[in-house]
Structure formats: C-alpha cells, structure tokens
Design a protein around this ligand. Structure first.
Ligand SMILES: [Zn+2]
Length: 507
C-alpha cells in the first residue's frame, strides 16, 4: 500500500495495527462534522493521542464537482493549516497532526462501539465509513501521570484545560466604509450578541433566555492585564460557547462545577486555610478569579498567540465584507468580464491560500486596496484573504495546565511533548490570590506576569506546565461567501435599529 503524503508537522505514531484497533480509542466528544476519540493504552508512548473522523452528511470543504473529493478532504485541511495558518500563527501554537489511512471495517466498528456513548441529539449522523483518511493529533486535555503514581489516583487532580473561542478582535479600519460607520466604534461580537438574544427569544421558552453576555473580545486581545482579567471574568459568569473547561480526565465539565474543578486542581498548591474557606463559601466567580484568572492572564500576556490572531484577522479583512461583497456581485453580473467572473468564487487552490499568507507576511503594512477600480485579480485576492481571516475569527484557543506529578521515586517526570512553557505558581497571602511568574527568567527577582500586589507575601512556589494552541483551523468554504455578507448586514442593521452607543476599546 502506498504511504499517505504526510505533512511535516506529524507526531510519531503507534504501529498501524494499533491505530486501526477500535478498542484503542474511547469516544470523547463531537461537533457537527467530526467525532473525536482519545487513545486508551497502558504504553506511555501511545497515550495522549486523539483521533478525528468525519461524520456522515458532513462537508467541511466543498469542491466544484458534485461529488465531494473525500480522499483528499483531511489532506486539504492539513495542507491549508501547514502552508497558510502556521506561517501566520506559528508552528509552536499549532498541535501536530497526521493523516492516517483507515479502512471501512475500522470506521464501521468504531461507529458501532461508540453509539451508546453519544448524546441522543447527535445520533442522526454516524461515522462515514467511505472516508479513506482520519486525522491523528495530540489530545490536548491529556494529563501525564508519574509512572510510579498510584493508578487509582484520578488525573482530574493533575490537569485542567480551558478552551476559549475569542472571536473577532478588531474594529474595522476599511477605507471603503464611511468614517462614522458603526463598525469603527462597536466590535462585531458586541453587535452580534443583541441579534443572538433577539433570535433566542423566538426559539426559547420564556425564562430560558440567557442574560446578555458582557464579554467583549477586544478586552481579551488587549495587552492590558486588567482588561484580560475582565474578559475572563465575564466569560466565567456567562460562558455560552465562548469558554469550556475540561478536567484532567479530559471530560467536559459544566459551569456550575467549575469552582470545584478549579479547587481540586489547585488544592495541593495553595494554603490549606484557603481551601477550607473556599469550601465553606463556594462562590463561583471568586474562586475562579483568585485561582485561575492570574494563571490564564499570565499565559495570555506571555504568549503572543492572541496578538498574532488579532493582527491577521484584521490585516486579511482590509476591505470589510460590506464593501467587498457588492464589488464582487457587480463584477460577476457584468458580461464584459467574460470567463474571469466565473472563476471569482471557485474553491481556492492550495497555492492561492499559501500565496495570500505569504503576501501578508511580506508586506504586513500593505496599502489599502483600490476600491475604485477593482479587477479580477484584486477581488479574488481579497476573497481568499477574507476566508483565511474567517478561519482565524472562528478558531479556539486551548490552554492546558499541569502540575508536575508528585513522585516518590527519583524518576524525573518530563512535561508532555506538546507543552509550551513553565510558570512558577505561588500564593499571595495578603491578597489571597495566585501569583504567577515566568519560570524562564533566571536573572534577578522574578516579575509577576499579571498585575498584583506590589508588596507580595508569597507562599510556596511550584512549577506549573502549560500548553497553548490554536485549534479548529479548517479552511472556510467559499460557498459561504454570500452568506457572510447577509449575516454581517443582519447583525449591523439590527444593532443600528436599537440606537445603542456602545464603544469597544481598541488597544
Ligand atoms: Zn466589543
């Protein structure tokens, strides 16, 4: 059998017969188009892997022909991520991925063994056994255990993961929009939440409407620690689908249990009086704010991943769909444009994706495009750029935390292979709040990464490992281009009808 073309950012994998044994995989979760499994093995080298398989009736990518090119579907995703997203976001923030040839028998058996674990509302779509590839990647929720640890100790105590969907992090600066346009004052997310609430009122029972979220992505993307704190705390109060928390066993937890999960993870590293006091109060946001917020703020300020995502979201959406789509529409109905117009909305080739990223990197301060006399080339380039920006506007950030497993032997425990860095976690007994410092700083006294009490009274000081990755980086289908315009106009027009004057703060 010929080998699959393997992208260069693959991890080392177990032998094929291990991967193609359905009992090696345990159902983890699923979205609309994929089901995710995690590996189950007593062999350390085989632990911490995840398998992604396509569901039936799902099409993450359309191709111009009527029959989806299934054999290349995951290959197309991997090529796009490697050639287009990694140069923009950084390979250090992208989890390794490998294409894996699979058989119909394997996919069918996996489907059969999984159905009883899946939620009822998802069961109308099973695994599509006609796909010839699956994707193997790192299980970002995996918590390493010391080899000598008592196997009965739950890894829920050694790991914690937070997924954040940060959404759009910029105000439009398109010269094609009027200077007083609402998009220059209010961010997309803060406009959209009003339309979402309006739609919820028609879908939900009275009383089931969630309060309007106070989250503004502009705060999360800010380099100001107080604004990042504010963003996280609004997400704790009303996470919707913008924040999820997983315990060390890799299970998704429900928001009412978040304080317990966070306490459980940090309990060995904070003074016992704090744990007892917290147990008696169990106040959701105060525990998350005192324990988890300083850690997340420290990581988000130290690592440039969010700033890169924000930069390329904006740079690759210079026209704004409100200006771009009408130009594309006019071009396509003009018969004098001949066959050029028919190629404007075809599926981008891998070379086109890569070229757009390359051009953005070569000239990040590129002049605004010519809106007065656009041609087929400039419109096509703007469409491809817009779709890359759309991937970055819809991706998630996955942050995993681990305290090195306590070991009763002299064995050195290594961080997981996908870890990004280390922090020193301490407890400030004056403010009763965690403080994190950069573990890589060796000269002089360490500086807290987030705002804190300048007169610290620190207790303890434990190494804390973390990883941070961008996930959900698939290319967006060009068939949605018109829909993006319609959605944008619905959001803006509904928000305008409310006569609100919210101003979202840029950096
Ligand atoms: Zn906002």
């Amino acid at each position: 059998m010929s080998a699959s073309p393997t992208p260069s950012f693959c991890v080392s994998l177990p032998p094929r017969e291990v991967i193609l044994d359905p009992s090696f995989w345990r159902y983890k979760n699923e979205g609309n188009a994929n089901i995710i499994f995690s590996s189950v093995s007593s062999i350390p080298a085989y632990q911490g892997l995840a398998l992604r398989v396509r569901k039936s009736g799902s099409r993450s990518l359309e191709v111009p022909s009527s029959k989806p090119n299934q054999a290349n579907s995951y290959q197309t995703v991997l090529t796009y991520i490697e050639s287009t997203i990694i140069p923009l976001v950084g390979s250090e923030y992208t989890a390794p991925m490998c294409l894996q040839e699979v058989t119909p028998q394997f996919l069918t058996e996996l489907d059969e063994q999984t159905s009883s674990y899946r939620p009822d509302y998802r069961l109308h779509k099973g695994i599509d056994s006609s796909y010839v590839h699956a994707m193997v990647t790192i299980d970002l929720t995996y918590s390493p255990k010391s080899p000598s640890s008592n196997p009965s100790i739950s890894t829920a105590e050694t790991g914690l993961s937070v997924e954040i969907k940060p959404k759009w992090g910029f105000l439009s600066n398109s010269v094609a929009l009027p200077q007083d346009h609402i998009k220059r004052k209010t961010c997309r997310f803060c406009m959209k939440k009003y339309l979402d609430r309006h739609r919820d009122q028609y879908k939900s029972r009275p009383g089931a409407i969630l309060p309007l979220t106070e989250f503004c992505p502009m705060d999360l993307y800010s380099p100001n620690s107080e604004r990042v704190e504010r963003a996280l705390e609004t997400l704790y109060r009303n996470p919707r689908n913008n924040m999820r928390l997983f315990n060390g066993d890799g299970y998704l937890t429900t928001p009412p249990s978040w304080n317990q999960q966070v306490l459980r993870f940090f309990q060995k590293h904070v003074p016992s009086s704090i744990v007892n006091e917290a147990d008696s109060k169990l106040h959701l946001t105060s525990i998350l704010e005192s324990h988890l917020t300083p850690v997340l703020v420290g990581i988000l300020l130290k690592e440039p991943i969010l700033r890169r995502i924000q930069r390329w979201q904006q740079r690759l959406d210079q026209w704004d769909i409100e200006a771009l789509y009408p130009l594309v529409r006019d071009f396509m109905v003009d018969p004098s444009n001949g066959p050029l117009k028919d190629r404007l909305l075809t599926l981008p080739t891998s070379d086109e994706w890569a070229y757009a990223a390359e051009q953005a990197l070569l000239d990040s301060r590129k002049q605004q495009p010519d809106y007065i006399n656009p041609n087929a080339h400039s419109l096509r380039q703007a469409i491809v750029e817009y779709l890359i920006s759309a991937t970055l506007k819809d991706c998630s950030i996955f942050i995993s935390l681990w305290f090195p497993p306590a070991d009763d032997t002299t064995t050195t425990t290594e961080p997981p292979q996908h870890h990004t860095g280390q922090l020193i976690f301490s407890w400030d007994t004056v403010s009763n709040r965690a403080i994190v410092t950069d573990a890589t700083t060796t000269a002089g006294p360490s500086t807290p990464l987030a705002a804190g009490n300048p007169d610290h009274h620190l207790a303890g000081g434990t190494e804390l490992w973390y990883s941070i990755h961008a996930i959900d980086l698939d290319p967006k289908p060009i068939s949605k281009f018109e829909k993006y315009f319609g959605g944008d106009q619905n959001i803006v027009n509904y928000y305008k009808s409310l006569n609100l004057t919210r101003v979202c703060q840029a950096d």
